[in-house]
Design a protein around this ligand. Structure first.
Ligand code: HEC
Ligand code: HEC
Ligand code: HEC
Ligand code: HEC
Length: 241
C-alpha cells in the first residue's frame, strides 16, 4: 500500500510538469517593486533608445558592461572532459553585470523619461537608497559578494564553453546538439535544426547562463526546463549519466 502511494505521488509530480510562461512582472527580476524612482520593469535591463550599443550580448542593453574584467574560471581553464573554459561570453556578462556582486544592480545608462543619459551609469532608487546596490551572497554567483572585487566563477558550472556534443571525439557525457528538448522554454531557433534542441540553448555555440536560465521566465530559479530540475532533468538534458 505504501509503495503504491509513493508511485502515485511520483506519477502526479511528473504529469503536473507544465510549460512556464514569460511574465517578468511576477518574478524577482521585477526590480520596480523595490524602487520609488520608477514603476517600469524592463528599464533595469533594456531601453528603447540610447542603449549600450557597444555591447551585443543582450538586446538594447541599458547597463554599463566592463568587458575588460577577467573572471577566474572553472577548472583553471579546462574541464575533466578536456573542454577549454574561456571567459564568460557576452550574454553571461549581461547577467554578471548584476550577479557579479561588484556591479550596481540599480545602475542604468538611460534613466526613465527624457534626458538622464550617462554612459557610465546612474543609480535608480532601489531598496530605499540611490547608492549603488550590490548583489549579496548567494545571488552573487560571481563571488564579489557585496563589493569585494574577486570576480570568481571557479565554483560554478562552467560557462563560456563550446558545446562539443557533435565533435568526432566528444566528451563522453554529452548528448548531440540536435537532441530534441520539447517542454523547454526556448528564445527562438539558434541552430537551424527543427524543433527545440540543445543547439537552441547555446549562444555562439557555447553554454552560457541563459542555456539554463531565461531571465523573463515565471519559473522557479528562472530555469528553462519545463519542470525545473525535477530528478535532475535539466542536467540530464545535456548529460547522459
Ligand atoms: C533582469 C534583466 C532583464 C529584464 C528586467 C528584462 N530583460 Fe529582456 N533580456 C535580458 C537578457 C539577458 C536577454 C538576452 C537573453 C538571451 O540571449 O537568451 C534579454 C532578451 C530580450 C529579448 C530578445 C530575446 C527574447 O528572449 O525574446 C526581448 C524581446 C526582451 N528581452 C524583452 C524584454 C522586455 C519587454 C522586458 C520588460 C517587460 C524585459 N525584456 C526585461 C534581460 C532582461
Ligand atoms: C538588473 C539586474 C539583474 C540582471 C541583469 C540579472 N539579474 Fe538575476 N536577479 C536580480 C535580482 C535583484 C535578484 C533577486 C535577488 C534577491 O532576492 O536578493 C535576482 C535573482 C536571480 C535568480 C534567483 C531567482 C530565485 O528564484 O531565487 C536567478 C536564478 C537569476 N537572478 C538569474 C539571472 C540570469 C541568468 C541573468 C542573465 C540572463 C540575470 N539573473 C540577470 C537582478 C538581476
Ligand atoms: C548548467 C546550467 C546552469 C548554468 C550554465 C547556470 N546556472 Fe544558475 N542555476 C542553475 C540551477 C539548476 C539552479 C538552481 C539550484 C537550486 O535550486 O539548488 C541555479 C541557481 C542560480 C541562482 C540562484 C542561487 C541561489 O542560491 O538561490 C542564481 C543567482 C544563478 N543560478 C545565476 C546564474 C548565472 C549568473 C549564471 C552564469 C554565470 C548561471 N546561473 C549559470 C543552473 C545553471
Ligand atoms: C546546456 C547543456 C548543459 C546543461 C543543461 C548542463 N550541463 Fe554540465 N556541462 C555541459 C558541458 C558542455 C560541459 C563540458 C563537458 C566536458 O568537457 O566534459 C559540462 C560539464 C559538466 C561537468 C563536468 C566538469 C568537468 O570538470 O569535467 C559537470 C560535473 C556538470 N557539467 C554537471 C552538470 C549538472 C549537475 C547540471 C545540472 C544542474 C548540468 N551539468 C547541466 C553542458 C550542460
Amino acid at each position: 500500500m505504501k509503495i503504491r502511494l509513493i508511485s502515485a505521488g511520483i506519477f502526479i509530480a511528473m504529469s503536473t510538469a507544465f510549460a512556464a510562461t514569460e511574465d517578468i512582472r511576477a518574478t524577482v527580476h521585477n526590480l520596480a517593486l523595490y524602487s520609488t524612482d520608477t514603476d517600469e520593469v524592463c528599464v533595469f535591463c533594456h531601453t528603447p533608445h540610447g542603449s549600450n550599443s557597444s555591447f551585443t550580448g543582450a538586446p538594447l542593453w541599458n547597463k554599463p558592461i566592463d568587458a575588460t574584467v577577467t573572471f577566474q574560471v572553472y577548472g583553471g581553464g579546462q574541464t575533466i572532459g578536456g573542454t577549454t573554459v574561456g571567459q564568460p561570453g557576452d550574454t553571461s556578462r549581461a547577467c554578471l553585470s548584476c550577479h557579479d556582486g561588484v556591479s550596481g544592480v540599480n545602475t542604468v545608462i538611460n534613466l526613465p523619461g527624457s534626458g538622464g543619459w550617462n554612459s557610465s551609469g546612474t543609480n535608480l532608487n532601489y531598496r530605499g537608497s540611490n547608492l549603488s546596490w550590490k548583489m549579496p551572497w548567494p545571488f552573487a554567483v560571481g563571488k564579489g559578494d557585496g563589493g569585494a572585487t574577486n570576480y570568481d566563477l571557479r565554483d560554478d558550472h562552467p560557462v563560456g564553453i563550446v558545446y562539443r556534443g557533435d565533435e568526432t571525439n566528444p566528451p563522453a557525457s554529452l548528448k548531440p546538439t540536435n537532441t530534441n528538448i520539447s517542454g523547454w522554454n526556448i528564445s527562438g531557433d539558434k541552430d537551424g535544426n527543427p524543433g527545440p534542441t540543445i543547439g537552441d540553448l547555446l549562444r555562439n555555440g557555447k553554454v552560457e547562463c541563459v542555456s539554463c536560465h531565461n531571465p523573463h521566465l515565471n519559473a522557479a530559479r528562472f530555469l528553462r526546463s519545463g519542470d525545473g530540475n525535477a530528478f535532475s532533468s535539466l542536467c540530464l538534458t545535456c548529460h547522459g549519466k
